[in-house]
Design a protein around this ligand. Structure first.
Ligand code: BEZ
Length: 390
């Protein structure tokens, strides 16, 4: 007995020595990653696609972060800004996560970013476009792998002006994403000689579009620009087509209008023009490999949200690799993430001074079940990061 407990003591001592020799990665246990995303409501599919994409990148990186195992935590934020502070703190304070992956809805993301700024955690925003997050709210521990809301709108405003449209009506949900998307469109469109003759909104996530369609039919603008996404985008495109407007008044959108939605929209989406930093069949080796791997893993075609989640995973893999999984080397970790060159399915990108991707915005057209790139609307767009002091 005495002999056995002596052996046990030796074994423990040896294990401790090995742990020290292996360095902080061993000593620190698992890296805690929290998903704060919508898993119910109109943006549920977006949250699931982001989660899938993120986990695919982690699997391709060997299933670990800087050599350490990962423990996942999940909160359904329901796309509800009122619950954002409480939900963020479930992950940051209760679960003590190192990294938060979140979120989709701009209003929720602003609450989340505020909570992260006051903490030691790192935020990788895999979708929400709130301009403020990489503007006045920018911080060294806040990263984005998506876009700013104004950018796809700006790209489409330029396209619409180049097409010679003069009078456009806009329609969107009344919250930051819609307002900023329309703001970007209006800026470029009016600079190019057009006029936004009417700006219409409805509360998020309402889908009672009929009164707006009636008004559009009576105004008869040259085109209509909208921001809708997820379940709301599916319904809007079908309603626009059913009202007989698709063939008479061109419908233009930020790319979310037709991304991840084409299966459900069917023929109602055929031919629609949108602008986004991704298109389904971008012919580069990374996109081809990503699409094949995603399909194999999940039996689904990836969309822009899956791609953004994938790049959030790639960004975290790059950062944690640089510090050997030692999350206490915070400055080195943040620097490695800030300077990472991401080989993305959208095309390679690096981050701006505000940690926002510098990237191309494609003009896409719906052909069957695909958003096909038919041109580059804006090359190497860098958000001005107005108000960012960093
Ligand atoms: C947003 O709220 O920022 C957003 C939501 C869905 C798609 C794109 C942007």
């Amino acid at each position: 007995m005495a002999y056995r407990s002596g052996l046990t003591r030796v074994a423990f001592a040896l294990a401790g020595a090995l742990a020290l020799a292996a360095g902080p990665a061993f000593a620190q246990g698992k890296v805690k990653v929290g998903f704060m995303l919508p898993y119910t409501g109109t943006y549920a599919a977006l949250g699931n696609a982001i989660t899938n994409g993120f986990k695919l990148a982690i699997a391709e990186g060997g299933g670990k972060l800087g050599g350490r195992d990962i423990e996942y935590f999940t909160v359904d934020d329901e796309s509800d800004p009122a619950k954002a502070p409480e939900n963020a703190n479930k992950l940051i304070k209760r679960d003590g996560v190192d990294v938060v992956i979140g979120t989709v809805h701009s209003g929720v993301a602003m609450g989340l970013a505020k909570a992260v700024r006051d903490s030691n955690a790192i935020l990788i925003n895999p979708n929400a476009g709130a301009d403020e997050i990489t503007g006045p709210m920018c911080a060294p521990n806040i990263f984005r792998t998506s876009f700013t809301n104004s950018a796809p709108g700006y790209a489409m405003g330029k396209v619409a002006a180049d097409k010679g449209y003069k009078r456009v009506v806009t329609l969107t949900w009344k919250y930051a994403a819609g307002d900023q998307s329309v703001g970007g469109f209006k800026e470029a469109f009016e600079k190019g000689g057009g006029k936004v003759v009417k700006e219409m909104t409805l509360p998020f996530p309402n889908v009672e579009f009929q009164p707006f369609l009636t008004e559009i039919a009576s105004i008869k603008p040259d085109a209509v620009y909208v921001f809708f996404a997820g379940g709301g985008a599916v319904k809007f495109v079908k309603d626009y087509d059913a009202a007989g407007l698709r063939k008479t008044i061109p419908l233009l959108g930020a790319g979310f209008l037709t991304d991840g939605t084409l299966e459900a929209q069917g023929a109602a989406a055929e031919g629609l023009l949108t602008t986004l930093h991704y298109a389904d069949q971008l012919d580069n080796p990374k996109n081809n490999a990503f699409r094949a791997a995603y399909k194999k893993a999940y039996g689904l075609e990836p969309d822009v949200y899956a791609m953004q989640g994938y790049d959030a995973g790639q960004l975290l893999v790059a950062g944690t690799k640089a510090v050997g999984g030692d999350m206490s080397k915070r400055d080195a970790l943040l620097k490695a993430m800030h300077t990472a060159k991401i080989d993305s399915p959208r095309g390679p990108f690096s981050l701006s001074r505000a940690n926002n991707p510098i990237q191309d915005f494609y003009l896409r057209q719906v052909v069957g079940k695909e958003n096909k790139a038919i041109g580059v609307a804006v090359k190497a767009y860098e958000d001005p990061a107005t108000g960012c002091k960093m």
